[in-house]
Write a protein that binds this ligand. Structure first.
Ligand SMILES: [Zn+2]
Length: 491
């Protein structure tokens, strides 16, 4: 009997279950959860193919000409990004009339033919040389003298210029210093000698008229109206050393190992021709647009997503900087579009920050930290994007004493994206190399976000849109979208 009753009861439950769908159909649809609304906006607005098309557009050589800070090409790129901000519907920051935070800057740019010859042979652009980003206008033609790292540090018992005469000559110099220690105090001692500006100033002080600088090209360097220079590659350094009985790489290794200069006159001649214009009254442009937070009080706190838009300009030919850093600008715009489109908004306000001058020495982020547009204590988190279009995994840098900032990214990736994730704490004792490092040094809770694990090319012509990966771009933007939401809604 008891069994039969249990059977009847079970049948009743089953009947109820069976009629459930019909009943549910008659009821009003369940309201969407906030997560569902965020997801709908994400799927609709963060699409790898669209982000890829944006990278491709920003990599256009005619329109944007490599986006050198202070140049006409960069101004057009800034105008384009600000028009995207407006289309998306971002607001200017409180009390500001528009998105622009302009700052004064200098701008040295190529405005005519540039060339390099060694022993009468015309060298091949990119394979052997690039125009000096802040070179003087003119021609330097002279013997090449190898001057190590170009460092004169008597207090450290080290002088690359001892025993050589470079007056009226062209110096061949390697970047960085002979220091190999990672100890904080030692890094601090050598720090001033790592600066490119120092290399130029010291070469000029020793009477050199030009420089072949074995380093990646860029506009972050010192300008002297009488000093013409070019960047050179390993290939050309090897060629210049040919016949000297020395090997370039071995010489640099020995300098590092023994810290004893090995400078010498190579006996070879170079002719550097640079056609440049130098302006002291150029203008840099940071852009700030905002999605206002939904909480009446927390909306006065901010999560910032930042990416530098600038690159190297024409040196003298185009380098797109597709990965560095159009990939990041394109992801930033996709996140902005999705968040603006979402039916639910995070509690804190979210600022989308397009930075200028990163390649010229982090001038845009330095200006912003020196002239804050919102109270620094109201910044909850800065997520700075660098080179995010190639790679299987993500790499997240943070300041060693604030590991809590990585949780927002970790949770976003674990829940929605599932890419391999690496974390690296940084002490930032040496030269800051990213805008993120500038923010960290100024006390802002910051993560530097990169894609990693693929073959990418840095400051050279192969950094072009063809090798950007739409699926990586999509996952980066989605991970950052959720990281922003996590931080902006955090307790
Ligand atoms: Zn970059």
């Amino acid at each position: 009997m008891r069994t039969f009753r249990t059977f009847l009861a079970a049948m009743a439950v089953l009947t109820l279950v069976a009629v459930q769908p019909a009943a549910a159909q008659r009821r009003a649809p369940q309201p969407k959860t906030p997560e569902r609304m965020y997801l709908d906006a994400m799927f609709e607005n963060i699409k790898g193919t669209e982000i890829f098309d944006c990278v491709r557009l920003l990599s256009d050589s005619t329109l944007f000409q490599g986006r050198l800070c202070g140049s006409e090409g960069m101004r057009r790129a800034v105008d384009w990004v600000s028009s995207r901000y407006a289309e998306i519907g971002l607001q200017p920051l409180p009390g500001r009339p528009d998105y622009f935070l302009n700052f004064p800057t200098v701008c040295t740019e190529v405005t005519g033919p540039c060339s390099l010859t060694v022993e009468g042979r015309t060298c091949t652009w990119a394979k052997e040389w690039y125009a000096g980003g802040t070179s003087a206008n003119g021609v330097a033609e002279a013997e090449i003298v190898f001057a190590g790292f170009g460092v004169s540090a008597p207090e450290l018992g080290y002088d690359d210029y001892a025993g050589i005469d470079v007056r009226g000559k062209i110096v061949l110099i390697e970047g960085e210093t002979p220091n190999t220690s990672r100890n904080d105090d030692t890094l601090r001692i050598w720090y001033p000698y790592t600066l490119h500006q120092y290399k130029v100033a010291n070469a000029v002080a020793h009477g050199a008229i030009g420089m072949l600088y074995r380093w990646v090209p860029g506009p972050n360097n010192g300008y002297d109206p009488g000093f013409v220079y070019a960047y050179i590659t390993d290939n050309l350094a090897d060629t210049i050393f040919e016949g000297s009985g020395r090997d370039y790489d071995a010489t640099i290794r020995q300098l590092r190992a023994k810290k004893r200069p090995a400078s010498f006159a190579t006996g070879k001649k170079a002719r550097i021709q640079m056609t440049m214009t130098h302006r002291e009254d150029a203008v840099g442009h940071n852009l700030l647009g905002m999605v206002r937070g939904s909480d009446p009080e927390l909306c006065n706190e901010y999560v910032i997503l930042s990416a530098h838009l600038d690159h190297l300009g024409m040196i003298p030919y185009h380098i797109a900087g597709a990965n560095d850093n159009n990939s990041s600008t394109a992801c930033l715009l996709a996140v902005a579009k999705a968040l603006q489109a979402s039916q639910v908004k995070p509690k804190r306000s979210v600022i989308f920050l397009s930075l200028d001058g990163e390649e010229a020495g982090l001038t845009g982020s330095l200006y912003l930290t020196a002239h804050p547009v919102i109270p620094p204590e109201n910044v909850k988190l800065i997520l700075n994007l660098e080179q995010v279009g190639i790679g299987e995994g993500f790499s997240v840098g943070y300041k060693y004493d604030s590991p809590e900032v990585i949780e927002y990214v970790k949770r976003a990736n674990d829940q929605y994206v599932h890419r391999p994730l690496d974390f690296f704490p940084n002490r930032y004792v040496t030269r800051p190399r990213t805008d993120g490092a500038v923010f960290m040094k100024n006390g802002y809770p910051t993560v530097d976000f990169y894609a990693e694990g693929g073959i990418s090319y840095y400051h050279e012509p192969r950094d072009n849109w063809e090798i950007q990966d739409p699926s990586t771009l999509q996952d980066v933007a989605r991970a950052l979208y959720w990281s922003v939401i996590n931080a902006a809604n955090a307790d």
